[in-house]
Design a protein around this ligand. Structure first.
Ligand code: SF4
Ligand code: SF4
Length: 465
């Protein structure tokens, strides 16, 4: 029998060891009990909404483009109708920092609500995989009994369950890849991507990762891999709302209802915990704020006729003194930083030009001689950052090198048609008679969008001997 089938009935969660790992280093595969209650209902409602958002976001179009798409092959991105090119990459700095600090604010005030309610790991584990497992293998007691007993019934159910898990993982990997490959192309290309190895290998990789994660690794992702749980200790304080056990009310815990505190040591809060901890041991890094223990304990309190809320959302101060302070200086500082970042992002995004042109002096000799003239070569890069096809006109500025008689500009391609979000390299030459040259001169090339009239002047330098 594998370690995943067994649980040492005598072992209890403690603060010194990770309960889901046995003392000999093998995995103690948790058989999480089912729970019902007001928080579970709310969470399932949120899961349904979020699963719809996670799966549908790349399929919904805004302004003719996917609501979210990071089109890596074409070095472009679409977000809520706005388009971005690789030249706008700096804007993602604001987005990423803003999201990070946003998470800090939420954690400071409400603890790990992200982990318990919105993280894709939790949403798909608790909202899809765990219910599927119950469908194929039954409730906790049933699963444990069957795992112990063995036989064809156990293995047939496991094979069916794992087949379903694998199929689901493949679908999720495709859904995830739709954030990077346009959905129309994806529909056309799956399942074998016409032999194109890159997406094929990525789809197999993500299928394997998701299957491994949701079928076996599970809570270990939160405990071992995710860095956010470890950051928690630095983000929460005495006033952060966390899920905790009211020690003043619960202790001394006692098996009987008549004597001691309100906790009857029934272990329900431990059995329903997806990370295998005992919340009665205090705030722990392993707690992902899933609320299972709240609902489980409320159910017990209802049964023994005691008030609900022995395990509840409250701050450490609230548990100790009965008073909480939600808004405090740390919250306002973080919120101000987020607002500043949002403002900067909106400002920078609004100032973006619809096209970008860069002119670079060609590598090699700065100038050449040709039939008594000095020639400078300029390499350009023109990028259409808009989502429409555009025609651009490239000329030298009207006053370019006007003080140098006989100067000519040679622009092989002065009318450039560009598809949305595409770019093109260009070249241009400036030629000046040797007799007109006395010193390096600055001048400009002009690029004009023939539809909008938007113009950009790009300064360059003419060099000679
Ligand atoms: S569910 Fe409630 S009563 Fe039962 S052990 Fe946990 S805290 Fe005590
Ligand atoms: S302690 Fe409670 S809230 Fe925390 S992970 Fe376990 S069941 Fe969820």
């Amino acid at each position: 029998m594998s370690s995943s089938d067994t649980q040492d009935p005598k072992r209890r969660p403690d603060l010194d060891t990770v309960y889901s790992i046995n003392p000999d280093g093998s995995r103690n595969f948790l058989q999480v009990a089912e729970v019902k209650g007001r928080w579970t209902t709310r969470r399932y409602f949120i899961f349904v909404l979020l699963i719809a958002v996670y799966l549908l976001a790349p399929w919904i179009t805004v302004g003719g483009h996917p609501m979210v798409l990071i089109d890596l092959p074409h070095r472009a991105a679409y977000l809520m109708g706005a388009s971005f090119t690789n030249q706008d990459f700096h804007l993602f700095f604001f987005v990423l920092i803003g999201l990070g600090i946003g998470l800090f604010v939420v954690t400071t005030v409400f603890g790990r609500v992200w982990c318990g309610f919105a993280c894709p790991q939790t949403v798909f584990m608790e909202g899809v995989y765990r219910p599927l497992e119950r469908l194929f293998e039954g409730r906790r007691i049933e699963r444990m009994r069957r795992n112990k007993k063995g036989g064809p019934d156990k293995w047939i159910r496991k094979v069916v369950k794992h087949t379903a898990f694998l199929f689901l993982a493949w679908n999720l990997s495709i859904a995830f890849m739709c954030y990077f490959i346009p959905t129309r192309q994806m529909l056309r290309d799956i399942p074998f991507f016409h032999g194109d190895l890159t997406p094929l290998v990525w789809s197999m990789f993500w299928t394997a990762m998701l299957y491994f994660d949701y079928s076996w690794f599970r809570e270990q992702t939160c405990l071992i891999i995710c860095p956010y749980g470890r950051l928690q200790a630095t983000l929460v304080d005495f006033d952060t709302i966390v899920i905790g056990y009211d020690e003043r009310r619960g202790e001394p815990r006692h098996k009987g209802v008549e004597t001691g505190g309100d906790c009857i040591d029934c272990q329900r809060c431990v059995e329903v915990c997806p990370t295998g901890i005992d919340i009665r041991n205090g705030l722990q890094m392993e707690c992902i704020g899933c609320t299972n223990c709240i609902d489980a304990c409320d159910e017990i309190m209802d049964k023994i006729g005691k008030p609900r809320g022995l395990i509840r959302f409250d701050s450490s101060r609230g548990f100790e003194t009965g008073k909480s302070q939600l808004l405090r200086p740390r919250f306002f500082i973080y919120a101000a930083v987020i607002l500043a970042l949002c403002g900067l992002f909106v400002n920078r995004a609004a100032q973006r030009e619809s096209f970008q042109v860069t002119i670079l002096r060609s590598q090699g000799l700065p100038f050449t001689f040709q039939e008594g003239k000095i020639r400078n070569l300029y390499s350009m890069h023109l990028q259409n950052k808009s989502t429409q096809r555009r025609v651009y006109l490239l000329t030298a500025a009207p006053d370019a090198l006007a003080d140098c008689p006989g100067t000519d500009f040679i622009i092989p391609q002065d009318r450039i048609e560009l598809d949305p979000l595409s770019d093109v390299p260009l070249t241009a030459f400036a030629e000046m008679p040797r007799t007109s040259y006395s010193q390096p001169e600055n001048f400009s090339f002009t690029v004009t969008d023939s539809i909008t009239g938007e113009t950009q002047n790009i300064k360059v330098r003419f060099l000679g001997p």
